[in-house]
Design a protein around this ligand. Structure first.
Ligand code: SF4
Length: 492
């Protein structure tokens, strides 16, 4: 019995069926070495990292129904090889069946014929459904760590790039038209008889085809009239689905709910001269902020982003990679956010993500978007990470003037809560408050009579009714910022 089971394990382990990776079969290894005497990426990958994945890591990724599934561990490796060579699914399935180096990486017999290419898209769906992307990254990093390719507490850097949503960029007229069309399509699938009975016959002509700008009227007045018509149609549809006679559940359908959201952001109800009401498009300035605005009914989470000259609909991707001299650069953290979330709002999340998975660096290089005085202190105290990036210079008028008295020219005595100005005068007031973002600051004021009679007043303040005022950050943040500002002016 033991021999039978041993044979079965041997058979399964060298095929793509469940069982994961086995050792590279002898014939496959021999032929691969002869064909690639210098090695190649797939062969090096297998030699350097070993099998990397096991089916135990991905037990939930076997298909729930149907024939015994292919090994998720191997399919994951296939996806990595596919990505590394930018192949289509069809080309990838052919490569598994025909390429000796891939068979070596996957530990397959030369006679293994692989699988149908459709398996890959189904497997990717399961990966997304089970949120397994992070697991793949973590397994690769664990293998890299075992091979000492990933240094503990080394150096890393983070930067962001834009990610386009898989949607067509639309203007406002197309957006409202397509949102209504998407809701009608959803209702046509869920409640076709109800829709046929209640829909305005003109809707089938108006929304039967994709709403595209080139088919819309060109004159502004006609475009406005078209937008108003769509607004009225959408409001009417909402009335119907949310009315007492509508079948239960229609009102909570995703595209129907989205219709309501888009109508709130794009339309408003206004009075007509005859005492009636009409749905009209909002003035662009009267719409909600970009962080809330839907840009397509086909990806409600996408937002419009802007970075310098680049404007896009989609998301922002923050990538953290190791950058230790002499070591490979490995991505250790991936975070996708709304386009409207600023980089410095993401800094804490990046560190939390790295800390949870034990990938925190000792030194973290970032660009100016990720650094504030608060981050310099939090990173050091909470994570023992040195955050290195250009900090904002002092933007006060006095700091820019050739002979102005900037904040750095004042002596602060934190213990006695007094500040001494360059003329030797001591402040008279020290009070704590919060700035507009809710962060604590300290307001320091000098006496009006001291400043009025000061010979250096021109360099310091233009105020006439009161003395010079300073805004200080809490001591640790002030000192971290001052130190960083000095340091970033040094040649090093
Ligand atoms: S204006 Fe006031 S705060 Fe400024 S240097 Fe003169 S005395 Fe000091």
């Amino acid at each position: 019995m033991g021999v039978v089971i041993g044979c079965l394990v041997g058979v399964w382990s060298v095929s793509l069926r469940a069982g994961g990776f086995g050792p590279v079969p002898e014939t496959t290894a021999k032929v691969a070495r002869a064909a690639f005497p210098e090695g190649c990426l797939a062969i090096r990958l297998r030699d350097a990292l070993g099998p990397v994945f096991t089916d135990t890591d991905f037990a939930d990724l076997f298909p729930a129904r149907g024939k015994p599934g292919l090994s998720p561990a191997m399919l994951t490796m296939v996806l990595l090889l596919q990505y590394s060579e930018d192949l289509s699914d069809r080309q990838t399935a052919q490569a598994v069946a025909a390429r000796i180096d891939w068979k070596y990486a996957l530990g397959l017999e030369l006679t293994d014929t692989g699988f149908d290419h459709s398996v890959l898209s189904e497997f990717r769906d399961r990966l997304v459904e089970h949120g397994a992307g992070q697991r793949i990254l973590d397994r690769v990093l664990a293998a890299a760590r075992e091979q000492r390719l990933l240094k503990a507490r080394g150096r890393a850097r983070t930067d962001a790039t834009h990610v386009l949503a898989a949607i067509r960029e639309v203007n406002r007229l197309e957006l409202v038209g397509e949102t209504l069309r998407a809701a009608l399509n959803e209702l046509a699938q869920v409640a076709p008889d109800w829709l046929a009975e209640h829909a305005d016959p003109e809707w089938f002509d108006r929304y039967g085809r994709p709403v595209e700008n080139y088919r819309l009227p060109k004159a502004e007045a006609e475009r406005q009239a078209w937008a108003t018509q769509v607004g009225a149609d959408g409001a009417r549809l909402w009335q119907l689905v949310s009315g007492p006679d509508a079948p239960p559940g229609l009102v909570t359908l995703p595209q129907v709910q989205l219709l309501r959201r888009v109508w709130i952001q794009e339309y408003q109800i206004t009075g007509t001269p005859d005492g009636g009401q009409i749905v009209v498009m909002r003035d662009p300035k009267d719409r909600p902020p970009a962080a809330l605005r839907v840009v397509s009914p086909y990806d409600p989470d996408a937002r419009t982003g802007m970075k310098r000259q680049t404007v896009w609909d989609g998301y922002k991707l923050h990538l953290t990679e190791t950058c230790d001299p002499g070591a490979p650069r490995l991505i250790t953290h991936v975070q996708t956010t709304h386009t409207t979330l600023t980089d410095f709002e993401t800094t804490d999340n990046v560190h939390t993500g790295l800390a949870e998975r034990d990938f925190l660096p000792a030194q973290h290089l970032v660009d100016a978007g990720y650094v504030t005085a608060r981050h310099l202190v939090t990173c050091r105290e909470k994570y023992q990470v040195e955050l290195v990036g250009p900090v904002m210079p002092d933007t006060a008028r006095q700091a820019g003037a050739a002979e102005g008295y900037a904040l750095a020219d004042f002596q602060i005595d934190w213990h006695s809560k007094k500040v001494t100005c360059p003329q030797g005068t001591r402040s008279v007031r020290w009070s704590s408050e919060n700035n507009q973002h809710g962060h604590p600051i300290i307001k320091v004021r000098f006496a009006a009579q001291d400043c009025r009679s000061c010979p250096a007043r021109e360099k310091c303040t233009r105020a006439t009714s009161h003395g010079r005022t300073l805004k200080l950050l809490p001591q640790p943040e002030h000192e971290a910022l001052t130190h960083a500002r000095i340091e970033q002016k040094t040649p090093a």
